[in-house]
Design a protein around this ligand. Structure first.
Ligand SMILES: [Ca+2]
Length: 172
């Protein structure tokens, strides 16, 4: 959980605007989506790529959300994490996350569901994130769930900290 904290801005070497230059996988529309939401996923979602550590994301935004920022944060994490982990069968995971899309058949290497919700209005709580499933043995995260307060997204975008906050929460 994060509260409004200007110090978040300075936590990311290179600056938040530089994140756009990391992008190499665009977002596409998801097949399943709750009414009134904008649902996106990375183009390589569900693909088993053993050449690198990969994060798959579902972003289920409300109007006013900024799904592209999640992809920028995702690719920043992918650039920071080296190696590869064993893929995990998504059908073996029984606890559902907050997303309308089900898990992919293959999770390689980490699957994150990010949704916008009404939480507590402007400021206060901005969002929260937690791992929801782990690999047996190594204990590395397989799935995670992120929630952001739709009331806070506009000012975070305007202040230039939105991507930084997502990055911070993905690291939880
Ligand atoms: Ca809030």
């Amino acid at each position: 959980m994060v509260n409004k904290a200007p110090k978040l801005v300075g936590n990311w070497p290179g600056g938040i605007a530089d994140l756009e230059s990391w992008l190499y996988d665009t977002l596409v529309d998801s097949q399943f989506c709750a009414q009134g939401r904008i649902c996106k996923q990375n183009g390589s979602w569900g693909v088993n790529d053993q050449s690198k550590w990969k994060m798959d994301i579902l972003v289920e935004s409300l109007p006013g959300g900024v799904p592209q920022a999640y992809n920028a944060a995702r690719e920043k994490w992918m650039s920071l994490i080296t190696g590869d982990l064993p893929a995990v069968s998504g059908s073996g995971i029984t606890n559902q996350d907050d997303c309308a899309m089900p898990y992919p058949a293959t999770i390689d290497d980490l699957h994150i569901c990010a949704v916008d919700k009404e939480i507590d209005g402007l400021y206060g709580v901005l969002g929260s994130a937690q791992p929801t499933n782990y690999r047996s043995g190594t204990g590395t995260a397989v799935t995670g769930n992120m929630v952001f307060d739709i009331a806070d997204i506009e000012w975070m975008v305007n202040d230039g900290i939105w991507e930084g906050v997502i990055l911070h929460e993905m690291g939880q």
